[in-house]
Ligand binder design. Structure first.
Ligand code: ACO
Length: 431
């Protein structure tokens, strides 16, 4: 972090000087922490596109070059060589685990997969058709009440329990997700098994029947492990900044990640993976090959879901990895999906179209991930829940970083545009 340069801002004829900050990857920022105090002005940045809300050493993205690294390690290397739990450890603890660390972490996660028996009542309180994201968000917050010593809202005490809480959340988010699916389908809950690895255990809780054990084909568990790994962190996106926002008030980890789930739900964020498959299905059912849809997107009548990104102005590297994974998994399972052909056509058409070129709109992680999830048997309503399971390590790491390094509550300002002072009118005089 170099602070030798400064930036000058002239307001009402008066010059103000502010330090320039330079991150380890040469990311430049003007440190405006004293700006309002000195000038009385605030900066206006609707959507925070130009605002650095924190210092972080977890994940680096260069959106212009299409680079994503967890703790300095390129996503391509992790996708090829790592597993989800290994990447989760890296993201949370800042270094790759050695064999002993990884085994212990795995055991800790495996041990915490069961839900308290009273938890069943929470599921029973939801309508059968409740959206799995609504259930997940509520359940994660409720979970904290079963572990009051881990959810004290006292930073020091919550940090003392951090290792246990982190493993518990990574483990139980998967059990809750599977139980929600079973509830939606009117199927009995399936208990976790200690002998199965993370992804296999999840698929077992989803698809085993009391009369028939589900055994995940390797291609399926590999594809899902890759899905989780590619979603594990993505710096200050909408849900992660929500987690940090909530954490800034001193709220515990359960409450913070529960808010992250709610932020993730929207179609402009984690909800996009489901929206992509719905879009592809609609295109298919209408007999279009994608050309009509592209025209509608250019006319502002539709949005090409799975395209565009606030940060990436180049290929999202995760989309490249997933495009290949989609081909691989469909081939291995001996399946064909007409939606994959439509996706290819949309991608080619959009990449050679001026509208998309000028706006630097490229496929994002969600463009192919839905096709992979569909191929491995995950229902569309569960897609965003899958994203939430994958993102859990990133939320946890950001909560930890926030809790360890910052004591400042997040509290943006606004530019007020409402009425100026006016007197209260008694009801009988109102028009
Ligand atoms: N289809 C068609 N046009 C688009 C798209 C799209 N998917 N995305 C952006 N544009 C156009 C906008 O209409 C706008 O055009 P204009 O300049 O003529 O008005 C221009 O590109 C800039 O778009 P913004 O919405 O201002 O870009 P922003 O950075 O705010 O939005 C976002 C990024 C939300 C991801 C957007 O590209 C989008 O809605 N994409 C589709 C949804 C999606 O795939 N979301 C997943 C994101 S990745 C994730 O969260 C995991």
């Amino acid at each position: 972090m170099s602070e030798n340069q400064t930036a000058k801002i002239i307001i009402e004829g008066k010059e103000h000087e502010y330090p320039v900050m330079i991150g380890s990857e040469n990311e430049k920022a003007i440190d405006l922490r004293q700006f309002r105090k000195e000038t009385g002005y605030i900066t206006f940045d609707d959507g925070y596109g130009n605002t650095g809300s924190c210092l972080s050493n977890i994940t680096f993205i260069d959106g212009e070059k299409g680079i994503l690294r967890y703790r300095g390690i390129p996503i391509e290397q992790l996708a090829e060589k790592s597993s989800f739990l290994c990447a989760a450890y890296l993201i949370i603890y800042g270094k790759l685990p050695n064999e002993t660390d990884l085994n212990e972490f795995r055991k800790k996660v495996a041990k915490k997969a069961h839900l308290h028996v009273d938890f069943k009542h929470h599921f029973e309180g939801f309508p059968k058709a409740a959206h799995p994201m609504a259930v997940l968000s509520s359940m994660l917050n409720s979970l904290g009440s079963y572990y009051p010593h881990m959810s004290t809202n006292n930073r020091e005490q919550d940090l003392e329990q951090f290792d246990e809480t982190a493993a518990l959340l990574i483990s139980k988010v998967r059990t809750i997700a599977a139980a929600t699916y079973r509830m939606n389908m009117g199927l009995p809950f399936i208990y976790p098994r200690k002998d199965l690895r993370y992804v296999e255990n999840f698929l077992h809780m989803m698809f085993t029947e009391p009369y028939e054990q589900y055994i995940a084909p390797k291609e399926v568990s590999d594809a899902l492990d890759l899905f989780f790994l590619l979603h594990a962190d993505h710096e200050q996106n909408c849900s992660t900044s929500t987690v940090r926002m909530v954490a800034s008030s001193g709220a515990n980890l359960f409450a913070s990640v529960s808010a992250g789930v709610s932020a993730l739900w929207g179609p402009l964020h984690g909800g996009a993976n489901a929206a992509v498959v719905k879009m592809l299905q609609e295109i298919h059912d209408s007999g279009d090959d994608g050309s009509r849809y592209i025209r509608a997107a250019k006319d502002g009548k539709a949005r090409l879901m799975g395209f565009g990104h606030r940060v990436y102005k180049n290929y999202d590297p995760r989309a490249t990895i997933f495009g290949q994974a989609a081909e691989r998994v469909l081939k291995a399972l001996g399946r064909e999906d007409p939606l994959l052909d439509i996706a290819h056509h949309l991608e080619q058409a959009a990449l050679s179209d001026d509208y998309f070129i000028q706006r630097k709109l490229y496929p994002n992680v969600d463009f192919y991930s839905g096709i992979v999830l569909k191929a491995i048997g995950i229902p569309v309503e569960m897609f965003t829940v899958m994203f939430a399971i994958g993102r859990m390590p990133g939320w946890i790491a950001n909560w930890k970083e926030m809790a360890e390094t910052s004591t400042k509550i997040h509290r943006p300002r606004q530019v007020y545009t409402g009425p100026t002072i006016s007197d209260y009118t008694p009801i009988e005089e109102r028009k």
